[in-house]
Design a protein around this ligand. Structure first.
Ligand SMILES: [Zn+2]
Length: 439
């Protein structure tokens, strides 16, 4: 089989640009044109996709390339929606798909329309070259990831279990990076787990009264004290097994000093926020509510915290830790989880299987000295729903993202370089071919 990569890259880039031009912002979430666009590219190759109408205007697209063998499939999963873009905040049209100085701009360039195109071209290559498969290859692109997946992956897992007969799955969640906490080196992180969203609320009742008189029971004062204790709380770093292995590897290769220590790095103020988020349970005070008139002491006050827990943290244990830190019976703690009902418990996907080995080998074929490391995604992805089905699900964006590309996630002037796009097409193919093509 002889793939003309320069031709294929050109073709894939054209599809990517046209895909970026489809506005699939969520909210409002009208993803059907995006699903149709992907489906039509498959249809052109003679692959028959299934369009699944989850809700009005919200289709998912699914396709399967059959193998004669009985092995369970590899699923390539992604989302079609993007977070909204405010045109006035961008220097280019967020849905223009413009290419300037080697950068392909558009909402979804990194999150995650590029990856969907990498997946799609794996399907196309197999069909075009009529490659015999050792297992089915399955393509699934779904709506509604950006607002919690109720009308996307969660719905499909609940209503279409037949789609998920897979051995393992690829989606977003981590990528290749050009540095490790500012030390320049090529490191491909593969997310095997993710943090859990666990926003919580603190409520306190006090004695309402006239603002002119001294009081010892002002609820705002109680709440502020409690918040202060949480804001100033230094939580321990939880250096997981994955990170211990990574540090050992980097030390062995002479890329970091033997005395490297996460704790010391943080004490010295040298740890990046991204790294710290991967090593601790994070909390941020985001909403404070109380009071309505300057001369009235209100009867109650409440605070809301954004909270992201490491995968192994138990909700009950965490609550006990927070309450101990506050150390004030007047404060009532509750999780504010009603926006994300029935969230599954985070699970860590197994490593050391055919897919992880393929990723390690393929990365090293492209970058001899690159490090491949398991990681914990600090944000939520659709992988969480597949992991609860027992499917090892990896977050793998096969590009070496620079800090400015990383900054594009959910932000302005999101872009992917043409070089990274080219790498992504070829590296994704390399991994997928190892796993599904008959030897
Ligand atoms: Zn995403």
């Amino acid at each position: 089989m002889n793939i003309d990569w320069s031709e294929l890259r050109h073709e894939a880039e054209g599809a990517f640009v046209r895909y970026l031009q489809i506005d699939s912002s969520n909210p409002p979430g009208r993803e059907t044109p995006a699903a149709q666009f992907l489906g039509e590219l498959l249809e052109k190759e003679g692959i028959v996709p299934e369009y699944i109408e989850i809700k009005d205007g919200r289709q998912a697209v699914f396709a399967r390339l059959k193998s004669l063998a009985n092995n369970r499939s590899l699923m390539l999963a992604s989302h079609t929606d993007v977070v909204p873009a405010r045109t006035e905040d961008w220097t280019v049209d967020p849905f223009g798909g413009e290419i300037i100085d080697g950068k392909i701009y558009g909402r979804g360039a990194v999150d995650m329309k590029s990856v969907t195109i990498f997946h799609l071209f794996c399907m196309i290559l197999i069909k075009r070259f009529d490659i015999p498969l050792s297992r089915d290859l399955v393509f699934l692109s779904v709506p509604d990831e950006e607002t919690g997946s109720r009308f996307g992956m969660k719905w499909l897992v609940d209503n279409r279990p037949d789609l998920f007969d897979c051995e393992f799955s690829l989606n977003e969640g981590a990528s290749g990076l050009e540095s490790f906490n500012s030390i320049p080196l090529d490191i491909f992180q593969v997310a095997v787990s993710e943090k859990r969203m666990a926003p919580f609320r603190l409520r306190v009742k006090g004695t309402p009264g006239h603002g002119s008189k001294p009081t010892v029971d002002n609820p705002i004062a109680h709440l502020v004290q409690a918040c202060e204790r949480l804001v100033n709380w230094t939580r321990e770093l939880d250096v997981s097994e994955q990170n211990t292995v990574l540090v050992r590897t980097l030390t062995d290769k002479g890329l970091i000093n033997g005395d490297f220590d996460f704790k010391k790095l943080r004490e010295d103020g040298l740890m990046s926020p991204d790294m710290e988020a991967g090593l601790t349970n994070t909390i941020n005070l985001t909403i404070l509510n109380s009071g309505f008139k300057f001369n009235v002491i209100p009867g109650s006050a409440e605070a809301l915290f954004d909270c992201r827990l490491l995968p192994e943290m138990d909700l009950g244990d965490w609550r006990a830790q927070v309450e101990a830190q506050i150390d004030d019976d007047r404060i009532v703690f509750s999780y504010a989880l009603e926006e994300v009902p029935n969230e599954p418990d985070p699970i860590i996907s197994e490593w050391d299987n055919e897919l992880s080995v393929a990723i390690e080998h393929s990365v090293r074929e492209f970058f001899e000295d690159a490090i491949v490391s398991q990681s914990t995604s600090t944000v939520g992805t659709d992988n969480r729903f597949l992991r609860t089905l027992g499917i090892p699900s990896y977050g793998f964006i096969p590009c070496l993202l620079s800090q400015s590309e990383l900054n594009g996630f959910h932000a302005n002037d999101e872009f992917l370089t043409q070089d990274n796009f080219k790498l992504g097409v070829e590296l994704m193919w390399s991994v997928v071919a190892k796993v599904v093509c008959s030897k």
